[in-house]
Write a protein that binds this ligand. Sequence first.
Ligand code: ZN
Length: 157
Amino acid sequence: MNVQTDSGELRTLYREVILDHARKPRNFRRLHQATHVAEGINPLCGDKLRLYLMVDDNAQVIDAGFEGSGCAISMASASLLTETIRNLSVREAEACFTSVTARLTQQQASGEPTVDLPKLEALDGVCEYPSRIKCATLAWHTLHAALTQSQTSATTE
Ligand code: ZN
């Protein structure tokens, strides 16, 4: 009899969420009317993606999509990202970037805005594999680059 602990079951669940998103990425499409576009690259793993955002006059993200190739974690993270930020304000989307990257790198900065992101708990399991953290944060760094337009490409290095 194999009795799993709660945390073991949760880890399995999270892995299933990641695999599901990696196999069937949501919003895997180019947005021809994107207002914000940025590219991200994680040279350590070879993950590449291009993120498209459509932001309206009220600074709301009304649509998001991505294209790219890479490992399951990078694709799942990008897929989760596009689902998460849709219908958020630009400010909220930036807060997501801050929260997710702090959470994954376990450097929760004091005073930073935090947002409740239940869907993204799936990414927490990645913390156990330090070499994969950059795969998970790539999409979020790309989001930050797209929103701030400070650069057109993001890299995890
Ligand atoms: Zn990767």
